[in-house]
Design a protein around this ligand. Structure first.
Ligand SMILES: Nc1nc2c(c(=O)[nH]1)N[C@H]1C(S)=C(S)[C@@H](COP(=O)(O)O)O[C@H]1N2
Ligand SMILES: [Mo]
Length: 225
């Protein structure tokens, strides 16, 4: 091979340098990358999160597909000012909160998820529960129901979630809203919520509760009464 002259080597070196600078300046790394929704986070403040695909789908009627154009979250029953909210109103008109909470199903599996949503307490504040209301009954698109003492949602930071791991709930995970029933068994975590009913029936039994599962459904106790 012919020996290259010094100027020739300098020119080649400059071309290589210009190419590398080009990659650095105009390459993908330096573009202003906008994060699009759709990629779930798997780690949050040092905690590992489960994937939104780690759930087992065993809902009573399978996944529900809610048409969000027609959707209204209804707040009914013993309220001074019963109200309906669209999906956007729920998300935009209330403060949003994030929290990592583990869901434990009675079947023995569990998922640790970063939930984002709004406080049930804040919704109740808008409708003003009547003094006789002592129970809150959640209704879902598939006919599923579950209930809690009013104290449980007023005295804890209980949220209805519209996001998990930073992505909107997929249909099979309860879109538009799933209750994050912290410290309660999975069957209290109602998905596809359509209605929040204020009641004075402390003995109300939801879908699994009326089939023998504990009404309180506390994680630290047996799920059978
Ligand atoms: N509407 C509705 N919500 C529901 C259920 C259901 O069948 N219908 N199943 C419950 C149960 S038993 C569990 S463990 C959790 C999580 O269920 P997934 O894994 O099917 O999302 O959702 C709960 N919420
Ligand atoms: Mo469950």
């Amino acid at each position: 091979m012919r020996k290259m002259s010094i100027p020739g080597l300098i020119i080649i070196a400059l071309i290589v340098a210009a190419f590398l600078i080009g990659i650095f300046v105009f390459g993908p790394e330096s573009n202003n990358v906008e994060e699009l929704e759709g990629v779930e986070v798997r780690e949050y403040e040092g905690q590992n999160l489960s994937s939104i695909n780690d759930f087992r789908e065993n809902s009573i009627k399978g996944p529900q597909y809610v048409d969000i154009e027609d959707y209204q979250l209804q707040v009914t029953g013993l309220a001074e000012k019963p109200a309906n909210f669209t999906y956007d109103e729920v998300i935009d008109d209330f403060d949003n909160y994030k929290k990592v909470v583990r869901l434990n199903c009675v079947e023995g599996w569990a998922v640790n998820i970063l939930w984002e949503g709004i406080l049930v307490r804040d919704i109740l504040e808008k409708v003003t529960p009547m003094p006789e209301a002592n129970t809150i009954i959640f209704h879902a698109y598939d006919g599923y129901t579950t209930s809690f003492s009013l104290d449980y949602v007023l005295n804890n930071d209980i949220i209805i979630a519209h996001k998990m791991n930073d992505v909107a709930l997929p249909p099979e995970r309860g879109f538009p809203f799933q209750l994050v029933a912290e410290s309660k068994w999975g069957y209290k975590w109602i998905k596809w919520i359509t209605q929040i009913e204020l009641s004075d029936n402390a003995d109300y039994e939801g879908y699994w509760e009326s089939r023998g599962y504990s009404n309180e459904g506390n994680l630290n106790k047996s799920f059978f009464d």
